[in-house]
Design a protein around this ligand. Structure first.
Ligand SMILES: [Cu+2]
Length: 124
């Protein structure tokens, strides 16, 4: 009798923990999909000395975030000074700007000037 209760209690705890993990996992997935799909959130990943995507099209007023996934520091500098330049971004550091007037914005990394990218800003 005692053993049976104990086992049931144990099962209940195991069940509760699995449920929590499952819920967390599901929530995590949801959040990921939401942020990727939600309008106004545009991310450029810096990896292997490259900006990805190379060309990003956004609407005026939307935010653009660069994130450095390299071990090397990188910067984001507008060729025509259309937005303020970033500081040197360390690994996993982010830099965010708000897209201004419609147009084509080219930018580069001042540490590695061969790294270039383009942002096309469309009318919102
Ligand atoms: Cu760089």
């Amino acid at each position: 009798m005692f053993t049976l209760i104990k086992t049931q209690k144990y099962s209940a705890i195991v069940f509760a923990i699995s449920f929590l993990f499952l819920t967390n996992f599901t929530l995590g997935q949801d959040q990921k999909e939401t942020s990727a799909a939600s309008p106004g959130h545009n991310q450029i990943v810096i990896k292997d000395f490259d900006f990805s995507p190379k060309t990003l099209t956004v609407k005026s007023g939307e935010k653009i975030t660069w994130i450095n996934r390299d071990d090397e520091p990188h910067t984001v500098v507008s060729v025509e000074k259309q937005f303020k330049k970033s500081t040197a971004l360390d690994t996993d550091q982010e830099f965010t700007i708000t897209a201004g007037a419609p147009g084509t914005y080219t930018y580069f990394c001042s540490v590695h000037p061969k790294m270039t990218g383009t942002i096309v800003v469309e009318k919102s």
